[in-house]
Design a protein around this ligand. Sequence first.
Ligand code: NDP
Ligand code: 8X3
Length: 250
Amino acid sequence: MPTALITGATAGFGAAAARAFVSAGWQVIGTGRRAERLDALKAELGDAFLPLAFDVRDEAARNAALDGLPAAFAGIDLLINNAGLALGTEPAQQASLANWQTMIDTNISALVAITHKLLPVLIERKGAIINLGSIAGNYAYPGGNVYAASKAFVNHLSHVLRADLNGTGVRVTCIEPGMAETEFTVVRTGGNQQASDNLYAGVNPITSEDLADTMLWIATLPPHLNINRIEIMPVHQSFAGFAIHREGQG
Ligand code: NDP
Ligand code: 8X3
């Protein structure tokens, strides 16, 4: 039975992916800080699901959890680097440095550390990595600042990993979604459910299940195929132009 480790399985894409992969016959190790949510998934999914509660930014907890995997789950075939967050929508000049640091620590440093730790087993098993980048890493928008830059890092890390892993059989994909209704905007706005509801109203956004289906499709392609990157948006989300500031007009 193939085994996937999914970071951030307590909500959104990660929780949906845990359900989709277990339904498809995989074993899943699901991580996140909210242990009670992982326990609920365990109750729902049974022995095929291993809950592993830790903060991805906590080096000691992270290493203890990953070093202590039971033998039945230690042969990881797929790493889904999904845990991540945005904090704030303010312009850079008004943003909180602490928020920036949290996003860098979570979206970049922790992802890099987990990837580095699991590369040996992924190479041994000719496995795969799916990273959650974002359209925010490809297109600039006001208020994106460090969140968007952290996702640009993830998008490009995926390609340079491909370059280094060529010949190992390890596949690497970056999924770069647009607007998806999860807990993402509630977290980004400091717990403002109304702001989240307003953002997605009438948009028919991507769902967590849409993303989970995409992950499963990528993971189950024939082993000679690699999806390098896939950018997915709701039909109702598209592009605007460049903003232009004219001198003398405020
Ligand atoms: P959610 O907020 O619904 O889920 C985020 C997950 O990340 C949770 O399981 C959360 O677990 C986990 N997480 C966050 N911080 C930590 C931490 N310090 N330690 C451990 N786990 C952590 O968001 P999404 O499902 O939408 O987001 C998943 C990924 O997709 C993110 O990387 C996000 O940037 C990306 N993405 C999202 C888009 C969207 O519009 N929703 C679009 C493009 C990309 P817990 O809080 O329990 O620790
Ligand atoms: C999340 C997508 O457009 O809200 O990564 O930044 S967006």
